[in-house]
Structure formats: structure tokens, C-alpha cells
Write a protein that binds this ligand. Sequence first.
Ligand code: NAD
Ligand code: WQD
Length: 339
Amino acid sequence: MTILVTGGAGYIGSHTCIELVKAGYDIVVVDNFVNSCMEAVNRIRRLCGVEFPFEEIDLTDYSATDGLFDKYKIDAVIHFAGLKAVGESVTMPIEYYRNNLNSTLSLLSAMKKHDVKNFIFSSSATVYGAEAPVPYNEATPVSRITSSPYGNTKLMIEYILKDTAKAISGFNAVLLRYFNPVGAHESGEIGEDPTGIPNNLMPYVARVAVGKLDMVHIFGNDYDTPDGTCLRDYIHVVDLAKGHVAALQKIKENCGVFVCNLGTGKGTSVLEMVKAFSKSCGKDLPYEFTARRAGDLPAFWADPSFAEKELGWKAEKGIQEMCDDVWRWQSKNPDGYRS
Ligand code: NAD
Ligand code: WQD
């Protein structure tokens, strides 16, 4: 079975390529390198031991996307490609809607033409919105609108896929709602490599540990949580990658629309993350408490029981392993793929 992995040079896509090859799938990888680089593809190939085909294509280009399906016999698409910075999406909504919606629509158009009916989509816990009770489970209604244009693209794409599955008989649409992916491959060869100053906690902490940034700023310590800092459901990226392999199994059962959380079911505080990372890198990382970040929710985590029941998948790696693996990646590659 051949899987088209879009955004396969990116953080989650790169780890998923490895798990797909391990599980015996053939892959074709596509990326336009808007947030990644060829070195990532070289390293994935090395780790897989397979020279899989790679195409540098912007998926918003309908004819280039269509050409992919002429060139390769694709059985399923895993669609990671997209812009993902929440803050940036607030200042660049047009670019976010254009990139994320058009890339999905161009894939679906090409799939329709070539009679490809299996689609796995990288959605996000952000679709549950600010009002949902925790833990989030799949029966929790999605919010009418999310807190950012980025989140709204996820919500809109979920609707596009549901409508497509209604209109095309036999179309399988798996919507995987990720919680907070962190960690890196155990080899330390691939990992998360944001450009500029990271917005997300884990890459920021890793850059403090490697001496590229001075200290961690913890956004708020007056939340109604055990230590006053926010709680999130951090999931190791390799566990997340394996969740996609499990989802392909579901597709083989002709699941139709299938919505599933990928999380661990455990909330961890910002302070606990900083402490765990300090243990991984062997030094106390400096931090200070600053004002709350606008838009942050105090606490949310997944109810992961549906994934376990339906996919036979469960996250296995804990917080310390996540931090150890990020530290291995960051210390071996202090400048990411440019090291
Ligand atoms: P990433 O930026 O590392 O990977 C996305 C990849 O898509 C990049 O390599 C980028 O170059 C590529 N891309 C973007 N637009 C493209 C286009 N038009 N054509 C071709 N390639 C394009 O991000 P990631 O963290 O690996 O996230 C993967 C997916 O998972 C995204 O859709 C993201 O929204 C979603 N997601 C991520 C998180 C997270 O915290 N990382 C959480 C929930 C959902
Ligand atoms: C985690 C916690 C911050 C940085 C985002 C998206 C979400 C999903 C995953 C895509 C929060 C705190 C952070 C820092 C801090 N992405 N923090 N100092 O906001 O939970 O989720 O990524 O779908 O949609 O919103 O992740 O890593 O930014 O923050 O104190 O320098 O760390 O306040 O409590 P978040 P994050």
C-alpha cells in the first residue's frame, strides 16, 4: 500500500514516515519546505534505510498536485502539510486560510479524479474550543469557532472532509485531533526545528538548555491548577506517529468518517515540564513567571479511551522520555538541521 505523506519533511510528518516504513508501507513524500528543509528528508531516508520518492511541490498548485497522482499509484493520503503557528495566523489570516484550505482542496480534487478514497488529516484539540469540559472526548461538540484563524482552518477542513465523505461513496476520512506533540526520534537525528524564536514551550525550553536563549518565561502562575501554571497533554511525537499507522488499519476496515483524539490522558504543568527538562540536560534551567499569554486555556487534556478501544493504540512514552529525546536532538543539533 502506498501512502502519500504531505508535509513529510516537517516535525510530525518526518517521524511518521519512519513508522510507516517500519510498518511495511511504501511512501511518497511531498513538501514545499516553507517550514522545513531537504536535510530532514535526507535524514529520514537514512533512518528508514529506504530511498523513497520525494517531490518538492506546493500543494496549493492544483495541477502539480494532480500530477502527483498521475505519476504515483497512491492508496491513501496522510495530510500534515499546513501552516501551524497560532499567533502568526492572527496577523496573517489570508495566508493561513489560503494555504491550509487550498492545499486540502487541491488534494481532494486530485483524489476525486484518480478515485483515491482514503484520507487522514492532522486536526487539533483546538477544535474543541474554550468552553468544552475536560477531559475532551470525541462526543464533545466542536466549537462554532476556535480561538485563532489557524484553529478555524482545522475546523473548516474537518467539515470539508465530512461533506466529502457524504458525497463520495466509500470515502474514508480520519480526523486525528492531536494534543501537544513534543519529543524527538530516539536517534537524535530528527526533531522539531522551528525558525526564529520558538512560540511553543518545548522548543523554547530546549533552546534555553543549549544556551541559545537566556531563560524560560512561564506565562502565568496564578491559574487554578495545582502549581498555578497551565496544564497540557504532552504526547511523544513517536507515539503520535504510531497513531497514524493504527489509523491506516482503521481505514482498511472502511471506517467512513472517523474522529479520534491522540493524547495521553494526562495533564502536565509548565513548571513540571521545565523541571523534567532540567533533569534531562543535567542543569537547573533558569525561569521566571511572567504575565499570562492571551488566549491560553488553564488546563486541558484528552480522554484517550476511544483511541485505545477503536485503534488499539495507546501512548507509551512519559514526560521524562519526551524531555530526554528532545535534549538528545537539541544537543546534537544546536542549530537544528543547519547544525
Ligand atoms: P511542520 O510545520 O513541522 O510541518 C508541516 C510541513 O508542511 C512543513 O514541512 C511545511 O514545509 C509543509 N507545508 C506547509 N504548507 C505546504 C504546502 N502548501 N505545500 C507543501 N508543503 C507544505 O508542522 P508539524 O508540527 O509537523 O504539524 C503537522 C500538521 O499537524 C500540521 O497540519 C499542524 O497544523 C498539525 N498539528 C500540529 C500540532 C503541533 O503542535 N505541532 C498540533 C496539532 C496539529
Ligand atoms: C504550552 C504551555 C503556555 C511557551 C499550541 C497550539 C495548539 C497546538 C499545540 C496546533 C502553555 C506555556 C509556552 C513559553 C510558557 N497546535 N508556555 N512559556 O498553546 O498549548 O498549544 O500548540 O494545533 O493549537 O495552540 O502550546 O507549547 O505554546 O504552550 O509558559 O515560552 O506552555 O502558556 O500553557 P499550546 P505551547
